[in-house]
Ligand binder design. Sequence first.
Ligand code: SF4
Ligand code: SF4
Length: 271
Amino acid sequence: MLIDPEKCVACANCVPVCPMGAIYVDPEIQRATINQDECVECGTCFRGMSQEQLNPTLVRTVRKVARFFRFRFEPEPDVCPTSAFVMNELEMPRLVRQVFSDPVVEHKSTGIKGRGTEEVKTNDVNPRVGVGEVGYTIEFGRPGVGVRFRDIQAMTSALAGLGVQFEEKNPISHLMTDKSNGDLREGILDEKILSGIVEIKTSLDQVESVLTAVEDVNRQIDTVTAVGISTRCDADGEEERLSEVLEELGYDAERAKTNLGLGRLTNTEAA
Ligand code: SF4
Ligand code: SF4
């Protein structure tokens, strides 16, 4: 994302809109500027503000005159008065920022927008996690924090060392060059995204080693992580083995979501 300095009138309306805090008004040039290293190309500034077409010179003059008479001329807070944002065409590796951060852009690898995965939300019809297996979603980043692929790779490498199975229909798995060591494509490692999800599954006896590895890596990386854990219930809707293991490990296991199995598989090609 860019801001056209010819158009920007430094009203600062866009500064609080950016979820990464990447926009600031540069006092040297008196224009809003985007920190390109922190910008995750989410498009919130471009889409989230009304774009008006006021003449920049006129707006600057009115603002100067207003300042002289000690009153303020400010546009409505959700408006860029001069349509100064420019959504530039992105190429790899920067394109990966937009693909993971802009909720209206679809992942080519999975056909899903946003973070590009259904996780286990459709596990009843699309059984990623079977009976006796344990599924994990390891989620990185949040608005205001984000995550670089280098930090995601630190986690995928540690998990690969445990012999976990990476979910095929996950966009981060698609960026791996070698699933046996968790390596991601070299060129994207410094790219930053708003958030991403790694999905894996293991047998029940690996739960402790996976959670220990996630905690260890979490302490070393510059982001926040959240772990979701799932399994398939028996025919009576019961599940005791995983919750028992989690309780033994000191976690207070509560069921957060239950898929009822009422779904129906209608697109066998996508399955
Ligand atoms: S809202 Fe538009 S004119 Fe105002 S500071 Fe941001 S880019 Fe510049
Ligand atoms: S594209 Fe997103 S991260 Fe980049 S400046 Fe705009 S709101 Fe901020």
